[in-house]
Design a binder for this molecule. Structure first.
Ligand code: NAD
Length: 464
């Protein structure tokens, strides 16, 4: 399986997640003796320059520490990153690497907000970074790829896969729609046609909780391996990657290292959003209400775990059936992962952005359960928790700042100051869509809030 000249997987976005996820899979292939692919790592912004320099001094190698819910730690030296693309303002290094015919995949993790999409998932041309890139700059993935692909089209014209690895529903499609709109607005008809004909953007579902690295990892790595690593990374032991098998210029044999290559990623994406992401929010809101700081503490609190378990079991699983996944097993693995005390993920981080999460993660299950002729009692507890959470925010009784990109603080405070605030919340179509006009939904939400109110007023002890 040795190739004289390996193909290059160019990654844009030198964050922790790439190093714990995609780089791990390509490393496993090298471990199996398959060295047909290697990674070149780059970044659009200058914030990764110190890391890129540190990795360059270590020949691209670093240690990945993984930890199971039982506390078993493992250490692995990751060797798949062979090129550290030097950063410069004009992104010359990135352009050269992207135009190189050896590069066959350009993948990226630039965060969810790095796609600048509005609530209808369309490119938000009002954003200053997008305006700047439409004027020829390269601050975003769109401006950067425009430069890279212009050079590639002229140099070889070889096809390439553009692979979004961020946590976004329909991530390939939504990126591609944003990029094609960007090229139209930038008046690049030749490049636009070339991109349409010579690139693909498969949807992917990526999963591995990777907290921001903390300073206690390096001493553990040194003690366990003897390597004085200046750039270790830590993640949970669980890992998953599902990709639609639509690559424009070949791909690594990812199926040999546990990646699921499928025709449509939708069943996995839907299960992840409803079971993992919505339960995560449920746990974070509930845990915050009862005075807890960390996700694992709240998942280990009986009533909270029951709420998440019942929500998935009663309402989500019937909504997602039939499914190619074992949804009950997935639920149990997800809850075990959240209970992992070594990850130390905060309720504050996970509770954020509730106003966008309710319509995307929770309302579909409410609607589908009603449509089946059942009452979504278990699911209604989630928006009920969020309402109690918002009330705490309104009265300034949250223990931390609430971060929500969709929050109009003045309007929300005004709404919560009314005696019928809950009825107004239930009638908010931006949260609940067509349910916002239904009296039975408003009544259900009222009963759900009433059932939680006294429980939420009592701080719960934490098991450490
Ligand atoms: P990180 O903070 O370590 O890295 C973020 C990277 O994105 C940096 O390289 C930064 O320069 C770049 N970036 C940020 N905003 C950008 C923009 N607007 N345009 C271009 N580049 C931009 O974060 P991470 O832990 O590596 O996570 C990155 C993304 O990976 C997440 O946003 C998520 O979509 C996905 N992901 C992360 C996890 C996780 O547990 N960390 C799990 C699944 C998926």
């Amino acid at each position: 399986m040795n190739a004289a000249i390996p193909s290059v997987w160019l990654h844009i976005g030198a964050g922790s997640f790439h190093r714990a996820h995609q780089a791990w899979y390509l490393h496993r292939l090298l471990q199996q003796g398959d060295n047909r692919w290697e990674i070149a790592l780059s970044n659009i912004r200058d914030d990764a320059v110190p890391l890129l320099n540190t990795l360059a001094a270590q020949n691209g190698e670093y240690t990945l520490e993984t930890v199971t819910p039982e506390g078993e730690r493992q250490y692995e030296k990751i060797t798949s990153i062979k090129t550290l693309v030097p950063w410069d303002e004009e992104l010359k290094g990135l352009i050269k690497q992207g135009a190189d015919p050896r590069t066959k995949v350009i993948a990226f993790t630039v965060t969810e907000s790095g796609y600048y999409l509005d609530t209808d998932h369309k490119l938000d041309v009002q954003q200053p970074d997008i305006k700047a890139d439409l004027n020829g700059e390269a601050r975003t993935i769109y401006g950067a790829l425009t430069r890279v692909l212009q050079a590639r089209r002229v140099a070889s014209g070889d096809p390439v896969t553009l692979l979004n690895c961020d946590n976004l529903r329909h991530n390939g499609e939504r990126f591609r729609q944003g990029f094609l709109t960007f090229l139209k607005l930038r008046n690049e008809p030749t490049l636009l046609t070339w991109v349409e004909q010579n690139t693909t953007s498969p949807n992917t579902m990526v999963d591995r909780i990777t907290p921001r690295p903390t300073s206690d990892i390096a001493p553990r790595v040194l003690a366990a391996t003897g390597f004085e690593d200046q750039a270790p990374v830590m993640a949970e032991a669980f890992i998953q990657w599902v990709i639609e098998d639509d690559f424009a210029a070949g791909r690594p044999a990812l199926e040999n290292v546990g990646v699921e290559l499928v025709d449509s990623v939708l069943p996995w994406e839907e299960a992840k959003i409803r079971i993992l992401n919505a339960s995560h929010s449920c746990i974070a809101w509930a845990g915050t209400l009862v005075g807890q700081d960390y996700i694992h503490q709240s998942t280990q609190t009986h009533e909270i775990k029951e709420m998440a378990w019942e929500y998935v079991t009663q309402d989500v699983i019937p909504s997602l059936m039939p499914s190619p996944l074992d949804l009950e097993a997935y639920r149990d693995v997800v809850l075990a992962r959240f209970a992992n005390p070594y990850i130390r993920d905060t309720n504050q981080r996970v509770a954020a952005d509730g106003l966008s999460k309710i319509p995307g993660f929770i309302t579909p299950t409410l609607m589908e359960t009603f449509q089946r002729g059942a009452i979504p009692r278990a699911t209604a507890l989630l928006p009920a928790l969020f309402f109690l959470f918002l009330q705490r925010w309104h009265t300034q009784d949250l223990p931390y700042a609430y971060q929500d990109g969709a929050l109009d603080a003045e309007a929300r405070h005004e709404m919560l100051s009314h005696s019928d605030a809950l009825a107004r919340f239930a009638a908010d179509a931006s949260l609940f869509g067509p349910l916002a006009t239904r009296a039975d939904f408003a009544a259900l939400l009222e009963r759900s809030v009433a059932s939680l109110q006294s429980w939420a007023e009592h701080p719960q002890p934490v098991n450490e």
